[in-house]
Design a protein around this ligand. Structure first.
Ligand SMILES: [Zn+2]
Length: 271
């Protein structure tokens, strides 16, 4: 069942599309992590470790239900059995059932925010050349759209073209307010136009961070690079900056891949 967190009048609903092992040893994915850092990460988030010492990851999306009833979906998961992520991710995903369990019909979704153009984040965005969320605008950073040929050339035809043809592609540049309490901001590095979503109401603050960090070891040690980042230095800068800011304000991080959907951003300082 979906896990829900409230920020003022906004509900943040964690939707689990799937879970499975990573495709390579975790030491390859985080080559600079030490034994002590792995031990701390395992103690913090036991669900991210397989019995054999590998990386077990969740594939989550998040839905925001606003005070006025509008629904914003953040990321679109691994997708159906024949999705582009099928070569490595545990398809088919369960997002349709998760949305139904949360009382959300695909046509209720007003906005889809795609944090970045990796296959495990766009799986349900467009299915069989048709937008799965027929009434939604799809918000992407313009820098990400421009980088599609480097990131995944197939997504130009299978994802961007159908959205463009139906007038559903909504490019943005940097920070943009989507609703009173909700804004996107550019957090580049994992990919050139990676973005995150901030939900804020008074002192309550949650950041839905896409792949700004992909493993608990990067929450505890934000300086640690992930081997599949487009630009390691820029990614590190985005990650340390946002986690520090959130930590200082008592903010929460909502991620696709960690064992728990919501974690305290201050965990880095508490290690
Ligand atoms: Zn991912």
């Amino acid at each position: 069942m979906p896990v829900i967190k409230r920020v003022g009048a906004t509900e943040i609903i964690a939707l689990e599309d799937g879970a499975g092992p990573f495709f390579e040893p975790r030491g390859n994915a985080f080559p600079d992590a030490t034994e002590a850092q792995w031990a701390a990460a395992d103690a913090f988030d036991p669900a991210s470790r397989t019995a054999e010492g590998g990386w077990w990851l969740k594939f989550r999306c998040f839905a925001l239900r606003l005070e006025d009833g509008r629904v914003i979906l953040i990321d679109a998961g691994i997708g159906p059995a024949d999705s582009p992520a099928a070569s490595w991710a545990p398809v088919p995903g369960a997002l349709p059932a998760e949305l139904a369990a949360a009382g959300i019909d695909p046509s209720d979704v007003d906005t889809v925010v795609i944090t970045h153009l990796h296959t495990d984040h766009v799986g349900w965005a467009v299915v069989d050349q048709k937008p799965y969320f027929p009434e939604a605008r799809y918000v992407l950073q313009r820098a990400e759209i421009s980088a599609v040929d480097d990131l995944n050339p197939g997504l130009a035809d299978s994802l961007l073209t159908p959205l463009r043809e139906r007038g559903q592609l909504a490019p943005v540049d940097g920070e943009k307010r989507l609703a009173g309490a909700v804004r996107v901001l550019a957090t580049p590095g994992h990919t050139p136009g990676h973005q995150s979503v901030l939900v804020r109401d008074g002192d309550d603050l949650v950041a839905v961070t896409g792949d700004l960090l992909v493993h608990p070891v990067q929450l505890l040690y934000p300086e640690l690079a992930y081997a599949h980042e487009a630009d390691t230095a820029i990614a590190r800068d985005s990650r340390t900056r946002l986690l520090r800011e959130l930590g200082e304000r008592g903010g929460i991080v909502a991620t696709p891949h960690l064992g728990e959907p919501f974690v305290n951003a201050g965990s880095a300082g508490a290690r």
